[in-house]
Design a binder for this molecule. Structure first.
Ligand code: RAM
Length: 379
């Protein structure tokens, strides 16, 4: 990862980011200075200039809910470490706010299997359902029924259909992630030239599909004209299927230069496959992964750069939003603002179009910073 490319990733985010900062107070204060505010991330470490300076001080932001809520978290699947990290964040928020949270869900990333969990939570009369949707529309009727029963629904990570949630907590700006993925592929392909392929999660995943679409939009720019799109394959966030799909990519495309895996499961599988196939240095892997899962492949050269957000903070914010909805301090209406004291440097979040709140820009990891992120994030 070059400093320039980090800046390009961030610049892509900055042009479309809503109001948020990359820094949250949950980043340990003991983090090395170079990690806490790497120069390349400085542009996203403060409230963008487009936000009036007066807003932070004068916005009628509701304060954090005085109490918690009884919430159920339904991830895409329960055996994906990414969601365990997010759940830890939700647990911390529940402890801080005085509520409770449990996590239930299918063992495969399959929306039809999420529906019974939504229905059970509805029957139980929980205060809130916090869900990462395997398929936006498949879960919508059950979520709407929950909302009609008075349950607050918060989407996080992968959005249910608009109208089937009160607030969706997006981990980062979608267009910015797409642009970042395109830029990392461009960085890693020699002279931004050659074949690239995407190893995604489930074919129905709202988040991955939106990021891939945004990536393709970015790649219409002349700068990417020498990148050849070999298509998208789906590993279902299953390590074995992802491995098979990565192997199939190498076989089908002998001249492949970059595998872009916007999934924490897929990116590890792809890096392992590249190493096992002795393609290190000729095929590169990038996308979205956890620092801990990818540190070996960053140092080994299979994946010189990739990105992710603070997943703990994502879970924390999702629970905090659920608590505020339950307390009635927010309704999920566009333009509402609220604060979560331990996130976003205490600055307000603003609910945007389609009731979406954005956590903040992601971080880009490379050999120079990954050890610091592993230490500070702990995932
Ligand atoms: C996987 C899941 C999740 C996604 C991350 C990047 O763990 O598909 O939805 O946000 O990757």
């Amino acid at each position: 990862m070059t400093g320039t490319s980090v800046r390009r990733f961030v610049a892509g985010l900055a042009t479309t980011a809503i109001v948020l900062s990359a820094c949250s107070s949950s980043t340990p204060s003991s983090a090395p200075a170079s990690q806490a505010a790497p120069a390349s991330q400085a542009p996203v470490a403060s409230v963008p200039a487009s936000v009036p300076a007066s807003q932070a001080a004068s916005a009628p932001a509701s304060q954090a809910a005085s109490g918690g809520v009884t919430a159920v978290v339904i991830p895409k699947q329960i055996n994906n470490p990414y969601f365990d990290v997010a759940f830890k964040g939700a647990q911390k928020a529940a402890a801080d706010l005085g509520g409770t949270v449990t996590q239930v869900g299918p063992s495969a990333a399959d929306a039809t299997q999420q529906v019974p969990f939504i229905q059970t939570a509805t029957t139980q009369g929980v205060g809130a359902i916090i869900i990462s949707a395997d398929d936006a529309t498949a879960v919508a009727p059950a979520l709407k029924a929950a909302m009609q029963a008075g349950i607050k629904v918060v989407g996080y990570d992968s959005s249910p259909a608009v109208g089937a949630y009160n607030v969706f907590v997006n981990q980062a700006d979608t267009a910015g992630i797409g642009k970042g993925l395109a830029n990392m592929a461009c960085d890693l392909a020699p002279s931004c030239t050659g074949e690239i392929a995407v190893l995604s999660a489930a074919q129905s995943a709202t988040n991955q599909n939106a990021w891939i679409a945004a990536m393709q939009t970015t790649m219409k720019d002349a700068k990417y004209s020498k990148l050849v799109w070999d298509g998208v394959v789906y590993g279902n966030d299953d390590p074995q299927v992802s491995t098979q799909q990565a192997q199939a990519l190498l076989q089908a495309h002998p001249n492949l230069k970059v595998i872009v895996a916007p999934t924490t499961v897929g990116i590890v599988a792809a890096a392992q496959v590249v190493r096992a196939a002795k393609k290190t240095g000729s095929v590169f892997v990038t996308g979205l992964g956890t620092p801990k899962g990818m540190v070996d492949y960053v140092k080994g050269g299979e994946s010189p750069e990739f990105a992710l957000w603070n997943v703990t903070d994502l879970g924390y914010l999702a629970y905090a939003v659920a608590a505020q909805l339950a307390a009635g301090t927010i309704k999920g209406t566009e333009g509402e603002t609220f604060t979560v004291p331990s996130l976003n440097n205490g600055q307000p979040y603003t609910i945007g179009k389609d009731s979406v709140v954005v956590l903040g820009p992601p971080f880009v990891f490379n050999k120079d910073n990954i050890d610091q992120y592993v230490a500070s994030f702990g995932f």
